[in-house]
Design a protein around this ligand. Sequence first.
Ligand SMILES: Cc1ncc(COP(=O)(O)O)c(C=O)c1O
Length: 397
Amino acid sequence: MDYKYSNVLSHIKRSEIRELLKWTRKPGLISFGGGLPDSTLFPLKEISKITDEVLTKKGFVALQYGPTQGEPEMITALCNHMEEFGDIAKPEQVCVVSSSQQGLDLLSMLFLDDNSPIILEMPSYLGAIQVFGRCNANMIGIPMDNEGMDLDHLIKTLDELKNNGEKPRFIYTIPDFQNPSGITMSLERRKKLIKIAQERNIPILEDSPYRELRYVGEVRPSIWSLASGKGVIMLKTFSKILFPGMRIGWIVGDEEVIDKLVVIKQSVDLCTPSFNQYILAEYITQGFMKQTVVKAIECYAPKLNAMLDCMEKYMPEGTKWSKPEGGMFLWLELPNHVDTKDIFMSAIEHNVAYVIGSPFYYNGKGSNTMRLSYSFPSIEQIEIGIKRLAKMLKEII
Ligand SMILES: Cc1ncc(COP(=O)(O)O)c(C=O)c1O
């Protein structure tokens, strides 16, 4: 058959990372690759019990199609969950989605035309870059320092765009324990970012899968709550704090945005699986979610500590890394002449793997960087793996 494919394909790059991560199946290899939650945390017993209850008490509704915006019980549970973490939203401001990746997709459909300018951090989340790239957005990257996006650079960029008669459709940021860098935006920057965005009438898209996973330091209010929701759209998911297998996330935004988003979502999947929503709504309502977050923090905090200690002990001179206070990732920078893609197979020979940094730059930069995830391996594996990686880097550098 002579298939005639759409133009969309020409905007999507096959994931280099997936190709490389194939090698991580090697027996004995320790991987700091994918951002997987620790599966020993998955609450199998509780989910199994609640699933039985849902089937018994609400099976005929739970297995039916549901409202596109989400099951009302789920939306109420989500509002309560957010309130526990300082974010207030009304039910009309919430739309349940099939994971935050779908959220990114729907929001891109809602806001982007061919070549629309958007602002994003550099580096930024690969999945978002893929969606924005598929929409053929004009991505404009803003460098980061330890406090998040460089706002002087942002202002300069916005001024330049304005002089050309352009305005970004949104500013995409991951303010808490960013994927991939692990950096958290300071309170002062959050406030300043809101001010800049509001003055220029640009929406902020706050992607926040890791916010609940803070291990040290003071909680920073979300951009959503600092702006009282004005001009901010927040993207949330249970993938990192609970598990990704049910693909449940949600979008919080003003009613007008949610209303339009629902129309788009109708055309995409009619609704997010009702069954999953009923189960997770019960999970939250019965009080398990709070406990889940506590357990996740207890599990990941020592892993982050172990990784930071080992980096300090073993990494050779000429390397530098972020010092995250939560989340799942640490970002390692090597001297400019080292390309982490070129040395990837050498790492595999040393029985350790990482994620190369350049795909997190929409423009292919960052070849001397890598992302290390500490959420999945055990503390013992972290120690052995970092030692192996450091040994290899010492040889190369
Ligand atoms: C910043 C960010 N946004 C969105 C996602 C996608 O999460 P989900 O599993 O809900 O699609 C991820 C997953 O790694 C992420 O790091």
